[in-house]
Design a protein around this ligand. Structure first.
Ligand code: URA
Length: 257
């Protein structure tokens, strides 16, 4: 496999990896894990922990589920998140970024996680991507501050990941009970999933280039995957597809309301 890649193939492979969420280099040189496996075959017994000791370990997902279900309203859910001790991201974040917009709006928009601006201001989508999101919504006469055509906005993760890295599957799984409860309490008529992370969380799969514009169902609600506004800032040509999706969203909303 020593063939050189031409520029376009290499670029397409990189784009594909970024789309899958592998958008950060974590080492300077690649690691051949097949070679590692051969050098140190796994002959040791895989588990030595006594079941009795294990049963005392906290189960972060079960605790998240219990805390989320105990929340009777959105304020209670925010308090439950603030009290939840198991997600390490919280320690590196300035504050919990809960939601913005009008609770009870028919459209609930889900992003990935707060970035720097959101971490500072305590509201989702307030940086450059958020400003683009606001312009996109204004183009179909909607907005987080418009009582006549409101939206409600939150993220899969309420705490900023370090260096804005992509959320890890374990973090998504841990926070999913809170997200599901958030949706149940906010009672939207449909969900818009911005990018791969909310697709992974609620639909169990990613690949936004193929998924965008294709209505699906999650938690008994219609859901529309769309390109994330941050992706649109990097790839303005994709705004054409985003516009088609916004028109589709508008049409579906009219049917529902
Ligand atoms: N990107 C997101 O996914 N969410 C935000 O709140 C900001 C940027």
């Amino acid at each position: 496999m020593d063939q050189a890649l031409d520029f376009h193939t290499a670029r397409a492979l990189l784009d594909w990896q970024i789309e899958l969420g592998a958008d950060e280099a974590i080492g300077d040189v690649p690691v051949d894990r097949y070679a590692l496996e051969q050098a140190a075959p796994r002959t040791a017994p895989r588990t030595t922990a006594a079941p009795a000791a294990r049963s005392k370990d906290p189960d972060p997902v079960a605790e998240a589920r219990a805390a989320a279900h105990a929340a009777r309203d959105l304020a209670g859910l925010k308090a439950a998140l603030d009290a939840y001790p198991h997600c390490d991201l919280k320690a590196g974040a300035r504050q919990t970024v809960f939601a913005d917009g009008i609770a009870g709006a028919p459209v609930m928009i889900l992003g990935e996680a707060p970035g720097r601006d959101e971490d500072l201001q305590g509201k989702p989508f307030v940086g450059r991507a958020g400003q683009l999101l606001d312009r996109m919504l204004a183009a179909i006469d909607m907005g987080r501050d418009r009582p006549d055509r409101p939206v409600y906005i939150t993220n899969v993760l309420p705490w900023r990941p370090p260096q804005n890295r992509t959320p890890e599957p374990g973090e998504i799984a841990m926070m999913l009970p809170f997200l599901e409860r958030h949706i149940a309490l906010a009672k939207p008529r449909l969900l818009v999933l911005m990018g791969n992370t909310p697709c992974q969380a609620l639909l169990g799969r990613a690949g936004i280039t193929r998924m965008r514009g294709q209505w699906a169902e999650a938690l008994a609600l219609p859901v529309l995957p769309m390109f994330h506004p941050a992706y649109l800032l990097r790839n303005p040509a994709a705004k054409r597809e985003a516009w088609a999706d916004l028109l589709d969203l508008n049409a579906r909303l009219k049917e529902l309301t």
